[in-house]
Ligand binder design. Structure first.
Ligand SMILES: Cc1ncc(COP(=O)(O)O)c(C=O)c1O
Ligand SMILES: [Zn+2]
Length: 414
């Protein structure tokens, strides 16, 4: 049985097939390409998978790297699927769960796409990767590139999280900041790659394997629930790679017969400051229009026009899902609430999903019986400025009040 059951790449827009063993970008029609597998070759069972190491390579037959020797790993994957009982009661969704990607190398789920994308690029003989990023992906790809011995060229907006710059610099990336958004960074990268032989443009969905890494979130959710699917999955959507990947993973699992029944209803969450997918979904459109003057504290989801917008929308329509926009104010309040009630310091993008659950429960789209998985795509530690602390400074000879002020009193659970 081969290490990978990868068979070819195909184009979800025009149907053209492409050789998976050559370095590929997008289809000649402009669409992203999707990796396809010969699922008949997959002889393992969920029981075999259970005995494998707790990282995403446990699903190697469903991943594109052909040889175990080409796997570049920092131990990514198998993040906790946490029950959130206190928050769930507060929101009226007692069966609330959170897939917590804050516990993965580099602190965001971007490590999944980077691990698989870099491994496959190195396997195909690429010597350098180049990418525009909102910060987190650049940090992840630069450290995996470093581990694989590849050079990396990273371009991110000046407003991207500062810590991601430090991680790129530490990893030896050639790093540039652009006074603009991710689209402008993308144009600069595309022009640079034209002039640099050996560099592959690994922008979101411009190479086919990042999505394969991200689909492992979907595989893990199913496995962690005992090869069962939840009712709803809620995802903070920028370029949409995660939601497209999860949808792809669940369909592959159905085809393998490892799960059965209805697919979860998929929910794309965006900010009211950048909501092209929400607007397109409400209009029943197949593609989105660029969002002008995009801006949100949930920086990872500031993507005014996603290349894979039609794939995101298809996943929402096909699963009877929906798309929700939330305000920065509401998501910042929920970021603190989650930490206070459940003890996990999540990122603003993850907090946006919690706000979306609140709104969907209030509107009746979610019922109190639904089993809902929210994706927290990264740790709050990456965004130290989203939660201002108001700690008083004490003189060395000062003293601490005998009783805590009211603002420090914890809510009493009922
Ligand atoms: C923390 C975080 N969450 C979510 C996203 C959106 O990712 P996707 O491209 O899968 O929609 C990003 C992208 O930068 C991110 O950094
Ligand atoms: Zn095509």
């Amino acid at each position: 049985m081969p290490y990978s059951a990868l068979s070819h790449l195909d184009c979800p827009r025009c149907g053209a097939q492409h050789d998976a063993d050559q370095v590929q970008g997008t289809c000649s029609c402009g669409s992203p390409l999707l990796a396809r597998y010969d699922l008949g070759l997959v002889q393992v069972s969920p029981r075999d998978i259970a005995g494998r190491p707790a990282d995403l390579w446990r699903y190697h037959e469903l991943l594109p790297v052909r040889s175990a020797g080409h796997v570049v790993s920092l131990g990514e994957g198998m993040t906790p699927l946490l029950a959130l009982p206190t928050l769930g009661r507060e929101l009226g969704v007692p069966r609330l769960l959170m897939k917590d990607e804050g516990l993965i190398p580099t602190g965001t789920f971007k490590a999944r796409g980077a691990a698989v994308g870099v491994s496959r690029a190195a396997e195909l003989g690429v010597s350098a990767i180049a990418m525009p990023t909102n910060g987190n992906a650049g940090a992840a790809w630069s450290v995996y590139a470093a581990r694989a011995g590849l050079r990396s060229l990273i371009v991110m907006p000046v407003a991207a999280p500062a810590i991601t710059r430090a991680e790129c610099a530490a990893a030896g990336a050639e790093l540039y900041l652009v006074d603009g958004l991710i689209g402008e960074a993308g144009r600069l990268v595309a022009a640079a790659v034209e002039r640099r032989p050996g560099y592959q443009d690994v922008s979101t969905l411009r190479e086919p394997y990042r999505i394969e890494g991200k689909k492992t979130m979907g595989l893990e959710i199913a496995e962690q629930l005992g090869w069962r699917l939840p009712g709803v999955i809620v995802y903070p959507t920028g370029g949409g790679v995660g939601i497209i990947g999860i949808y792809k993973a669940l369909r592959e699992l159905l085809e393998l017969g490892w799960v059965s029944g209805d697919l979860p209803r998929l929910v794309a969450v965006q900010s009211t400051g950048c909501a092209p997918i929400v607007r397109a979904f409400r209009a029943g459109a197949a593609t989105s229009e660029p969002w002008p003057d995009a801006s949100t504290v949930a920086f990872g989801i500031t993507v005014p026009k996603a290349l894979g917008d039609f794939l995101i929308l298809e996943a929402l329509y096909a699963t009877a899902g929906t798309a929700v926009a939330v305000t920065d104010e509401a998501l910042l309040a929920d970021q603190r609430l989650v930490t206070r009630l459940e003890g996990t310091f999540i990122c603003p993008e993850g907090a946006a999903c919690v706000t979306a659950v609140r709104q969907l429960r209030e509107s009746g789209w979610l019922s109190g019986a639904d089993e809902v998985v929210v994706l927290n795509t990264g740790t709050g530690l990456i965004y130290p400025d989203t939660v201002p602390d108001q700690a008083p400074v004490l003189a060395a000879s000062g003293s601490i009040p005998a009783r805590p002020p009211d603002s420090f009193t914890l809510p009493v659970p009922d």
